[in-house]
Design a protein around this ligand. Structure first.
Ligand SMILES: Cc1cc2nc3c(=O)[nH]c(=O)nc-3n(C[C@H](O)[C@H](O)[C@H](O)COP(=O)(O)OP(=O)(O)OC[C@H]3O[C@@H](n4cnc5c(N)ncnc54)[C@H](O)[C@@H]3O)c2cc1C
Length: 388
């Protein structure tokens, strides 16, 4: 099915093996604030590496997997079957960064991230700037051989495990006054502190704190690209992340559809399996039909990227894949809770966990509303026929 090559099937199989090995740890993680013993977590990261599932998005010449977009989708789909972010141990370092990194930055940040020795986080969103990143208030001002950074960032995912951050700011003074720039910040650094760590709906060991940067000095070699470049690099990352969100949503929906089908066959009411009840059948059928549609869309989008289609078309298609797959996963998770009945409301049940976890897929990396705006904008500029 889906016309996958031998190499595609091989990496999909390795990712499935990895996911199946992680699933037994989910309930322990859920009941312990997302945490597993440190040696277990380290073992999972080592296993991901052993199976060739770490840094699949990074070029081979830098030590990464050099996988095609479709292969990356296949990996993320499988790891998306696991709750509690346990599969994030299959790392995806910032692929957008490698082509623009200086030789110094390659050695200090990119190569170590590929080897699993360093980990990044993104300090971009602010209290008053999420969908509208142009509204950020964080600043960067030239200071001797470097820059002074100031600002407060929200939802800094992985801050508690990362050892460097990408920090987005507006330049204060100089030739590019008011334009955006992106900086690297080593963690910890003087002047960087956690304001607070809010609790979120999901139960992850990875936190999303609010982080203050107060007069943080970084050398000029920590500027990413040039002054004024700012978010231009992030567009490539958004495409990658949106496609991978779609892929993980396929995995979540696949796991749930499989589990509710098995449950519906086994659970008997009035002497009959509930799989014979028309209203349950309708929910099962809708789950698989929507999963098939989302998977076909996501795979086709990945194939287009691998074929090198127009980058604006890629951008719109990644938005379509993220929009449709994340909304689909939300509907599947909701139905799955319903099919499981009371069990589906217990935290030890996969549908309960996914019903909370997939909710954010409609919010981060651009909300569903933002994806629709991107798609409609391209439809007007290029005609619908050019996009799909
Ligand atoms: C768990 C989690 C982890 C995150 N991790 C990170 C991270 O690591 N680094 C980081 O920088 N950020 C991170 N984010 C931030 C995330 O990217 C933003 O939350 C997201 O982009 C939405 O921005 P916002 O929260 O400010 O919502 P807002 O922009 O305030 O949106 C509020 C509502 O208005 C709608 N809206 C806004 N603009 C438009 C428009 N033009 N048209 C139509 N509707 C619109 C939105 O769709 C939404 O419904 C994370 C968020 C969460 C929840």
């Amino acid at each position: 099915m889906y016309g996958l090559s031998e190499a595609d099937l091989d990496i999909q199989d390795r990712a499935r093996t990895f996911a199946d090995e992680l699933i037994p740890f989910e309930i322990t993680a859920e009941m312990n604030g997302g945490e597993l013993p440190k040696d277990v977590t380290a073992g999972h990261a080592a296993r991901a590496r052993e199976l060739g599932l770490a840094a699949t998005n990074m070029p081979k010449e830098l030590g990464g997997g050099g996988c095609t977009s479709l292969q990356q989708v296949l990996v993320h789909e499988q790891v998306g079957r696991v709750t509690n972010a346990l599969a994030w141990s299959a790392t995806t370092p910032p692929s957008w960064f490698a082509p623009v990194a200086t030789p110094f930055q390659l050695e200090r940040f990119v190569r170590p991230a590929i080897r699993g020795e360093r980990e990044e986080c993104y300090a971009i969103t602010e209290e008053g700037a999420g969908s509208d990143l142009a509204a950020i208030e964080a600043t960067a001002r030239r200071d001797g051989d470097g820059y002074l950074l100031n600002g407060e960032k929200w939802h800094v995912t992985s801050y508690n495990t990362a050892d460097f951050a990408f920090f987005e700011a507006k330049l204060d003074g100089g030739d590019h006054d008011g334009e955006h720039a992106m900086f690297l910040v080593d963690l910890p650094s003087p002047g960087v502190r956690v304001v607070r760590t809010p609790a979120y709906s999901h139960t992850f060991s990875i936190h999303h704190p609010i982080v203050a940067f107060s007069n943080v000095w970084v050398p000029a070699t920590y500027l990413v690209g040039a002054e004024g470049d700012g978010m231009t690099f992030a567009y490539e990352w958004f495409r990658f992340e949106r496609l991978m969100v779609a892929a993980r949503c396929l995995g979540a929906a696949d796991r749930l559809t499989t589990e509710i089908t098995a449950f519906a066959i086994q659970r008997r009411v009035g002497g009959r399996p509930i799989s014979e009840l028309g209203q349950i059948q309708a929910m099962l059928a809708d789950c698989l039909t929507e999963l098939f549609a989302a998977r076909s869309l996501t795979y086709e989008t990945a194939r287009g990227i691998d074929a090198g289609i127009d980058v604006k078309v890629q951008h719109a298609q990644c938005s379509m894949a993220k929009l449709f797959a994340s909304e689909m996963a939300g509907r599947v998770a909701d139905r799955a809770v319903q099919v499981f009945g009371g069990r589906g409301y217990m935290r030890e049940n996969v549908a309960e966990r996914f019903s909370r976890e997939v909710r954010v897929e409609r919010i981060w990396e651009g909300t569903s509303q933002i994806q629709r705006a991107i798609i409609a904008d391209q439809m007007v500029k290029r005609t619908p026929g050019a996009l799909a």
